[in-house]
Design a protein around this ligand. Structure first.
Ligand code: FE2
Length: 368
């Protein structure tokens, strides 16, 4: 997540541009050809180096807020960037976490970690930090990302009515940068994991946008998708990450956007408004799913399949998105750990992250 340091000459160029733009970070970043987050970090570094006085920085922020009504969103973004940067610095400077593999009875057993919706630039920094600490300690064999790892708001959410200025505070470039940084951290903390990434409804917004912009011309739509879809901007193929699209079928399953690993199905969105018991019944087997942003799970017993269950780990995104006024308290932070036996049997644990603290941590610290 941390922006790599830029050379002093480039830093001075950015300070000059920022002053030319009267302290308007968004405009200066655009002129510099970098995203706002990276540019803001540069100006803060210039303050730390003493090239820009803190008073000048504060005055520019205040002035800009007075001129532009929605600058509160920029302040919020700066605050979030500062928190994210501090979080990553804390993780990097912390005493090395000794990987503690959960002891399993047989060498063929392994640990799989499931990452729920994180929503790109809308990721919660504290939840992310707690999750990455767990990931490093677990050093899993496999990771499944359940989708919605970019938010794709703004112009990609034309089918929704956006009602709040802060919802317009980030660009698609910011969103992709955040998701790329999160993927960097995942791969750095889990270097041995094979990673599966299931497309969510938010990633799919880009494909819909491409089709709309090209007036449903198939070849043009595909051309636009190849240039703009998260799958490509996140460099998933180069990263060695398998991507599963909502409109395609995998593993000989009769429904698209669903995969099966061992004895477990994985899907972003198993249906609408159902309970985990219903989803397990619908899939006829064990299922781990995303989309709902709230930790839930249930086990049922059926005549045909015996005991089966469904689990949703929650979310790593902020818990109160602006549009979510109809149900204020349902979202919960967490991730999921599966301990999988060679036989395919497994233990599936929803790990709560509450106020930025993972409740798996005491177990890992004991090295059990
Ligand atoms: Fe989501």
């Amino acid at each position: 997540m941390a922006t790599p340091p830029v050379p002093d000459a480039e830093l001075r160029r950015r300070v000059k541009l920022w002053r030319t733009c009267s302290g308007n970070l968004l405009r200066a970043a655009r002129q510099a050809g970098v995203n706002t987050q990276a540019f803001t970090v540069s100006i803060d570094r210039a303050v730390a180096k003493g090239w820009v006085k803190q008073s000048e920085r504060d005055r520019a922020a205040t002035q800009h807020r007075a001129v532009k009504g929605n600058n509160d969103s920029e302040a919020a973004l700066r605050k979030q960037i500062a928190t994210l940067t501090a979080q990553v610095e804390r993780m990097r400077n912390a005493r090395p976490v000794v990987p503690v593999r959960i002891k399993t009875a047989r060498v063929d057993d392994f640990v799989r970690v499931v990452i729920p919706d994180s929503h790109g630039t809308c990721i919660d920094p504290q939840a992310m930090g707690a999750f990455l600490d767990d990931l490093k300690a677990l050093d899993p064999h496999e990771i499944v990302m359940l989708g919605d790892h970019v938010d794709c708001g703004g112009f990609l959410a034309l089918h929704h009515t956006l009602g709040y200025v802060p919802e317009t505070s980030y660009t698609y470039e910011d969103d992709i940068s955040s998701a790329n940084a999160f993927l960097d951290e995942i791969q750095r903390n889990a270097p041995h994991a094979r990673i599966h990434y299931i497309e969510g409804n938010h990633e799919a917004r880009v494909e819909k946008w491409c089709i709309a912009q090209t007036l449903r011309n198939g070849r043009e739509s595909e051309g636009m998708r190849l240039r703009n879809a998260p799958e490509f901007l996140l460099r998933l193929k180069e990263r060695g990450i398998s991507y599963y699209r909502r409109a395609e079928r995998y593993h000989d399953l009769p429904v698209p956007g669903t995969i099966k690993l061992g004895k477990t199905f994985f899907a972003h969105e198993p249906g609408r408004g159902g309970r985990p018991e219903q989803y397990a019944q619908r899939f006829g087997g064990c299922l781990i799913y995303g989309h709902e942003h709230r930790a839930r799970g249930a086990v049922i017993r059926t005549v045909a399949a015996g005991e089966i269950g469904a689990w949703c780990p929650g979310t790593l995104a902020i818990q109160q998105p602006f549009y979510f006024h109809t149900n204020l308290t349902d979202h919960s932070h967490g991730h999921l750990v599966q301990i999988v036996a060679k036989s395919g049997g497994f233990l599936s644990i929803n790990v709560p992250i509450i106020n930025g603290v993972s409740h798996l941590r005491p177990l890992l610290d004991r090295g059990t």
